[in-house]
Design a protein. Structure first.
Length: 410
DNA sequence: CGTCCACAGGAATGACGGGCGG
DNA sequence: CCGCCCGTCATTCCTGTGGACG
């Protein structure tokens, strides 16, 4: 492409980008972290959570609680919503309530979770250098110094406990008996029901003084949620009701995941927009479903270790597609020869077997255990994802791209 | 009906790297 | 800052096993 051509190209790209959207008014309201003014079908949960946390406004100790429910059931939205209201009310009443929302998975470590709590009390903590215990000390000191009531929401708290144990939770629940002034209330959110088994009984009993379970949304509830958002997100007339219904139905069939429904709606809108269509049609939704699935798979594939990728490459270049998959032996043979070509030291049979189980678990391949009687017992291994998806993922991989360019694999 | 193939997959062990406590 | 400990990845060695074949 010569320069002037490129210039034209970019010009038109920018212009199209700047031009008013044919579909959206405000796409942001379809994103995960948008919290609307009203949360349909979660009134009971909001009320329940608010009544548990309300005593904090009078400085009275309120129960710690534990919220669980599957993804996309509104746990995060409800707790952020209530926290925001609580904070607002406290400001108005000149109360002494401070709130803090932390996503433990995003924060990552005990240290960073604790540091986030500090920053809610406007206490600066260095990125590193202190021990977690020291940060906790500073937090408690600050808390009693200010004499405030800190309401903490620990989202995806199971991730923290799986990685670091329940020590931090223990320290936090224990703190109230140590502090003369200032208190902490904890709200733990998890989508893993069995998470509770990881907790020390003392922590468990203190954290789950109250419990709220979020049930999956039904199809019609998801529809209401979508309707509310669609009014804000889409131009009038650009989103037919039938399209919206389809999104709701698809998401409902997948354990009532509202987040999924919003994703579908947004991506479908983006696809329609890119097409230059004036309406989001049902086919756009189906396209969106494929795209979301595709993107997710590409992401999974890209993060795979090298040797798993080599295994997939063997399956990809498998010469006999008619046959129902390769046996473990055949796959291993192909794997070793591909390793030779790529100048990589092959792993042992045992290890490959382990990698294969991982791929099976991820749903990337299917490995059925079969017995060939006299001729042994093995697994029949088959690719379970579209070859196109695999190509996309591999071409993004620098290492593999260079191999295929040399034509070595083909 | 026993054998024996071609693996599955558990247990123990080692190399390595990164984070945590002192 | 250093040593220690822990988790991850990989190897080695091992026992277990469904069923066609002789």
């Amino acid at each position: 492409m010569d320069t002037s051509n490129l210039k034209d190209c970019l010009d038109s790209l920018f212009e199209r980008f700047m031009a008013e959207s044919s579909i959206f008014i405000n796409k942001d309201v379809l994103s995960h972290d948008f919290i609307p003014e009203v949360l349909p079908h979660r009134e009971k949960e909001i009320f329940r959570l608010a009544s548990i946390l309300a005593p904090s406004l009078k400085g009275e100790k309120c129960s710690n609680l534990f919220i669980y429910g599957k993804t996309g059931t509104g746990k995060t939205a409800v707790s952020k919503y209530v926290l925001a209201r609580l904070e607002k009310k406290s400001l108005k009443l000149q109360g002494r309530v401070k709130v803090c929302y932390v996503n433990c998975r995003l924060a990552g470590t005990e240290y960073r979770v604790t540091a986030s709590l500090c920053s809610a009390l406007s206490l600066q903590i260095p990125f590193t250098g202190l021990s977690t215990a020291e940060v906790l000390n500073r937090l408690f000191k600050r808390l009693s110094q200010l004499g405030v009531y800190l309401v903490v929401v620990l989202d995806e708290v199971d991730e923290l406990v799986k990685g670091y144990g329940d020590r931090l939770l223990y320290e936090l629940t224990r703190s109230n008996s140590l502090l003369s002034k200032g208190k902490i209330s904890l709200v733990g959110i998890s989508n893993d029901l069995y998470f509770k088994e990881l907790l020390d009984p003392r922590v468990l009993s203190s954290l789950s003084e109250e419990e709220i379970v979020f049930k999956p949304y039904t199809a019609s509830q998801i529809k209401d949620i979508l309707l509310q958002r669609a009014k804000m997100a889409f131009k009038p007339g650009s989103l037919p009701l039938s399209t919206l219904n389809l999104c709701a139905a698809l998401a409902a069939s997948e354990h009532g995941d509202a987040r999924r429904a919003l994703d579908l709606l947004r991506v479908a809108g983006e696809i329609a927009e890119r097409e230059g269509a004036t309406k989001v049609e049902e086919r756009h939704v189906h396209e969106a479903q494929r795209k979301i699935e595709h993107d997710r798979t590409v992401e999974v594939l890209a993060s795979l270790p090298l040797h798993s990728k080599i295994l997939l490459a063997v399956l990809y270049f498998n010469g006999k597609p008619k046959l129902k998959g390769l046996t473990t032996g055949e796959l291993y043979e192909g794997y070793v020869s591909l390793c030779r070509k790529a100048q990589v030291e092959p792993l042992t049979h045992r290890r490959v077997s382990g990698l294969l189980s991982e791929l099976d678990m991820l749903g990337v391949v299917e490995a059925r255990l079969v017995s060939l009687g006299r001729y042994g017992r093995t697994k029949k291994i088959q690719l379970k994802i579209p070859k196109k998806t695999l190509e996309k993922a591999f071409l993004e991989d620098v290492y593999f791209a260079s191999l295929t360019e040399n034509g070595e694999l083909a």
